[in-house]
Design a binder for this molecule. Structure first.
Ligand code: ARG
Length: 418
């Protein structure tokens, strides 16, 4: 049964709560607060979506921190493969760039985290979930809608809405309760996975100021990138990247390699005035080297093998898919309906794309495909072309017929008014 009557927690005390735990400031304060406020036994869950880019020992540290703060049991689940195959690849096939720039890196991770949390909770007989999303962002929608579609009986708590502490007060609370905080924690709110890193808060909330260098963790600044370009040859099969230069690679490995090379050339620093689902406009900053390189390459190859009609219609479908996913409605049947079309188109997206990386830019410079709708013989400006230019005498008058008629009628009207 779907309940529509709840506004906030249903009870004053809970027996067990499963907290989606990142180890950051918000969820660490929360771990303490949930025990204090609801007298609950708190279980913690951390999803491995590849965020160990920065530090491979991180998950062990997160587990230790959770236990120290009172977690009864901690679960770390490696979801990298599922994340890549079922979330990142569909995003690539849909050329998913929200408002033309943001490759949905955080957005596609959330439904997966919610689904896994529901699984763990059911297994451990926990009926209440909690997460560290604020009441101002998109992530709360993505997690709550997905979790409650999969488990309508479960309650989802959002302590950040309940406790009404700002970041500054959280830091005070953390200090009072001996909750360790890193210097990076103090400044920015970040989210990381294989597909990207986002950073918010502090000076980043001032859109009139350029994001400072210390808000970046992955990419070197384009100014300091190598003076020599590097070329990447990315091979696609049915819209999915399967090879890099001469190596055939599985998804996770391929993304990691593209990521490393991209970071070294300062690729994928994005700065965006974003429209959130909740109505706010917000300044968002991202580092998305692999996402950007792969989407650009995919988009180029797809355009090469599709007709202009397919391309134009697909861009509408892509945008609809992207907005639906951005706004947290991953479970809406429309997503799969759109994917039926997207997948059909992608059956012929096979070939190789060459991307040139140079000082922050990733440009597609060449592509090859057995399915390309391009014929050198027809397109060439050399005299030996088999394209008969005489057809233009018939084509252009007909092609432009209505436009010419429309122009004449409109001008007649204008003259009458003068
Ligand atoms: N604005 C982005 C999105 O809605 C990024 C959100 C980042 N979340 C975070 N906890 N820092 O997908």
């Amino acid at each position: 049964m779907i309940s529509l009557n709840d506004l906030g927690p249903r009870k004053k005390r809970y027996d067990k709560i499963l907290l989606m735990y990142s180890g950051g400031l918000d969820t660490s304060c929360m771990l303490q607060w949930l025990q204090e406020t609801y007298g609950a036994k708190v279980y913690t869950f951390t999803a491995d979506l590849g965020q160990e880019f920065a530090d491979p020992t991180r998950f062990k540290q997160i587990e230790e921190k959770a236990k120290k703060l009172g977690a009864i049991k901690h679960f770390t689940v490696d979801l990298k493969k599922i994340f890549v195959n079922n979330y990142i690849f569909p995003t690539l096939k849909a050329n998913g760039l929200y408002q033309g720039v943001y490759p949905l890196s955080t957005a596609v991770g959330r439904p997966l985290i919610a689904i896994e949390a529901v699984k763990i909770a059911k297994r451990e007989r926990i009926e209440v979930l909690a997460h560290g999303c604020t009441g101002k962002g998109n992530d709360q929608i993505r997690i709550n809608v997905t979790a409650q579609a999969h488990a309508p009986e479960m309650e989802v708590l959002q302590p950040l809405i309940e406790w009404n502490m700002g970041r500054d007060e959280e830091i005070k609370y953390a200090m009072q309760h001996n909750i360790p905080i890193s210097t990076q924690n103090k400044k920015y709110s970040t989210d990381e996975n294989l597909f990207g890193r986002s950073a918010e808060c502090d000076i980043l909330e001032r859109p009139e100021i350029e994001p400072p260098e210390d808000s970046k963790e992955w990419t070197i600044s384009p100014e300091n990138a190598p003076d020599k370009p590097e070329y990447l040859k990315i091979s696609f099969k049915e819209g999915i990247p399967v090879g890099l230069n001469d190596d055939v690679l599985k998804g996770v490995e391929l993304i990691k390699r593209v990521h490393d090379i991209g970071c070294n050339h300062g690729i994928g620093r994005i700065e965006h005035m974003e429209d959130r689902a909740i109505g706010l406009k917000s300044r968002e900053t991202y580092e998305v080297p692999a996402a950007l390189i792969l989407i650009k390459a995919h988009q180029d190859l797809e355009k090469y093998v599709c007709t202009k009609h397919e391309n134009s219609f697909k861009s509408i479908v892509d945008q609809r898919w992207t907005e639906l996913v951005y706004e947290g409605l991953w479970v809406d049947p429309l997503r799969e309906d759109l994917e039926a079309f997207i997948n059909e188109v992608n059956k012929k997206v096979n070939g190789t794309v060459t991307v040139k990386l140079f000082k922050g830019n990733a440009d597609v410079v060449a592509r090859e495909s057995a399915f390309g709708i391009y014929d050198l013989n027809l397109a060439t400006y050399e005299t030996k072309s088999s394209f008969n230019q005489k057809y233009s005498y018939g084509f252009i008058p007909l092609f432009g017929l209505q436009s010419r008629m429309g122009y004449i009628t409109k001008n007649k009207l204008k003259k009458e008014k003068e």
